[in-house]
Design a protein around this ligand. Sequence first.
Ligand code: ACO
Length: 333
Amino acid sequence: MLKRQFRAGVAGIGSAVPDRVMTNDDWAKLVDTSDEWIRARTGIAERRLCDDSTAASDLAYAAAQKALKQSGVAPAEIELIIVATTTPDYPVFPSTAALLQEKLGCARAGGFDLSAACSGFGYAFYTAAQFIENGECQKVLLICADTLSKNMDYTDRNVCVLFGDGAGAMVLARAAGAGGHLASVLGLRGSGAADLIVKTGGSREPLTAGNIQSRDKYIYMNGKSVFKFAVQIMGEATEQVLKKAGLKPEDIDLFVPHQANTRIIDAAMKRLSLPPEKVVVNIQKYGNTSSASIPLALDEACQDGRLQKGMLVAACGFGAGLSWAANLFRWGL
Ligand code: ACO
């Protein structure tokens, strides 16, 4: 168990997705694919994609406003803003957190962006919880926002059908009741870095007139390798986080996995012996929204009543890095 002075719980949650719906049939008009292939191989039926004028911070703002409203916490009470994103509004600076601090009116907040790809929620949640558990902060705003549609090659069927855009936000606060963070585990396997990569546009290979036309500015993914890694790590990391808290898979009330592929989720459910009613799956509507997928799913479960105060939630994400994160918490404060 964690050594900590205080406990950190979820005071409120919110999410936002773009209005534009892109169905599998819409993709089949652009690339050589079919609704049948995408549903059977991934579980995705449709996803939401941003228009040209919408950036990550716009979705983040909408999600954060809902989380603040649900928590009853005023923007001025927020002491720290953590934004998990790999698609910030600006590639170098300023941070997305800085843009949101101003837009939301979080007058006394510090903040930063955190880059952990599809594991972003788990890394940000654990980090946010630390600030509360050690007594540094009482109220932290955590936002996960990604617009991977802006980084994908619309002619690459291996990648483009998988992703959607979205944002999820949470207010974390000092918990006094039954709720709160119990344990987290984080991991990296950098040997798989090349399996999921955007090669140009960073300090290794900045965009130049010479490489701007190359497809290297888009997401490259070795789907088979990432799939094998994900099937192994989702079950393994969830078992590790349960062990850290002295709990067992049967203690989980709600499992909220990263929404990348229903076959990956099914493998984790089988390994953990979890029945479908304990697992949140909404990939059919949103595709893989990267860092936003877990808070989007949590918000949906909260809104439809599946998620109730005091319930034990296990969340597990994985993604580029290769990276992973698993968190265990009781819902509420
Ligand atoms: N439509 C039709 N055919 C397709 C499509 C498509 N959209 N995409 C690929 N194919 C083809 C391939 O070209 C291949 O054809 P070939 O045999 O002639 O070469 C065939 O389908 C089978 O390809 P596989 O790779 O064997 O398909 P697989 O069952 O592995 O499914 C998938 C592919 C869905 C990408 C799977 O590998 C997967 O989900 N991988 C993990 C992805 C993931 O979780 N990514 C996380 C990203 S997280 C982050 O941090 C960004």
